[in-house]
Design a protein around this ligand. Structure first.
Ligand SMILES: C[S@@+](CC[C@H](N)C(=O)[O-])C[C@H]1O[C@@H](n2cnc3c(N)ncnc32)[C@H](O)[C@@H]1O
Length: 244
């Protein structure tokens, strides 16, 4: 493990480290997990902190940060809900950002990736896997307490509605975070990527104060990171704000 010499912790998410390497900046997360690597990523000690390279080619959240995302990010001690966790490539990094006192509730509906996610959770104690369909959030509502953020990467035609419904049910209240890795190729070819982005922003923007969306090309073709902070309107259909 060769350690890069200089790094800067992110102000909003202090377990996210930015390491200048020539003209580029590498992202690393201070890990809560244990070796071996999850997807072949590098591990290194930075100033006594055990960290993992957060690869924008493999993780859309990392791509969003590299492309200039200025919206909310997971921070230590928070609870987040992750929709479409697959084998845990990105979910393990979100769990890192939440730190040992935070919790990541990771929903995946396919059995094979879920089996690997479950194995991973044995080495990531703050990652709690849930085998479920994110279109039916009430079915896992007994497993998920009010959360500070929802992150979705589910590549479905109705991905915007799925993230909205989960955010409305699980977010602790206004100001909580909603992030969607929007895959426009899953939404049909009648309109192009920019048209799908505009529709997603219009739909989410009714109940979320949106940060500027960022395009994830060239790391992830025709994807965008979209989201921001929930407004009170998101919770209009539920009887009173959920207690924190
Ligand atoms: C693009 S992959 C996610 C990759 C992952 N987020 C990462 O970066 O490591 C999409 C995942 O969403 C899951 N998925 C799709 N529809 C779902 C649904 N309705 N409920 C739960 N998971 C779903 C798929 O099984 C797949 O594992």
């Amino acid at each position: 493990m060769r350690a890069p010499r200089r790094f800067r912790a992110d102000r909003a998410s202090p377990r996210l480290l930015r390491v200048p390497v020539g003209e580029r900046t590498e992202l690393w997360t201070e890990t809560v997990g244990a070796l071996p690597p999850v997807y072949g990523e590098r591990w290194s000690e930075l100033a006594g902190r055990l960290c993992r390279a957060f690869d924008p080619i493999r993780a859309k959240l990392a791509a969003g940060i590299v492309r200039g995302w200025e919206g909310p990010l997971p921070s230590p001690g928070q609870r987040w809900l992750y929709l479409g966790a697959a084998t845990g490539t990105t979910a393990s990094h979100l769990a890192d950002l939440l730190g040992p006192s935070g919790r990541l509730y990771a929903v995946e509906r396919s059995v094979r990736p879920f089996a690997r996610l479950t194995e991973l959770s044995e080495r990531w104690p703050n990652l709690l896997p849930i085998l479920a369909d994110a279109r039916e959030p009430r079915r896992y509502s007994h497993l998920v307490p009010p959360v500070d953020g929802v992150y979705a990467d589910i590549a479905q035609p109705d991905q915007v509605e799925i993230v909205r419904a989960n955010a409305a049910l699980f977010l602790g209240g206004s100001g909580a975070a909603v992030l969607l890795a929007l895959k426009t190729a899953s939404m049909g070819r009648a309109i192009g990527p920019a048209g799908h982005l505009a529709r997603a922003e219009d739909e989410l923007g009714r109940t979320v104060d949106l940060a500027a969306s960022v395009k994830l090309d060239p790391f992830h073709r025709a994807h965008y990171l979209v989201g921001g902070s929930a407004r009170a309107e998101l919770f209009e259909d539920r009887p009173g704000a959920r207690p924190r």
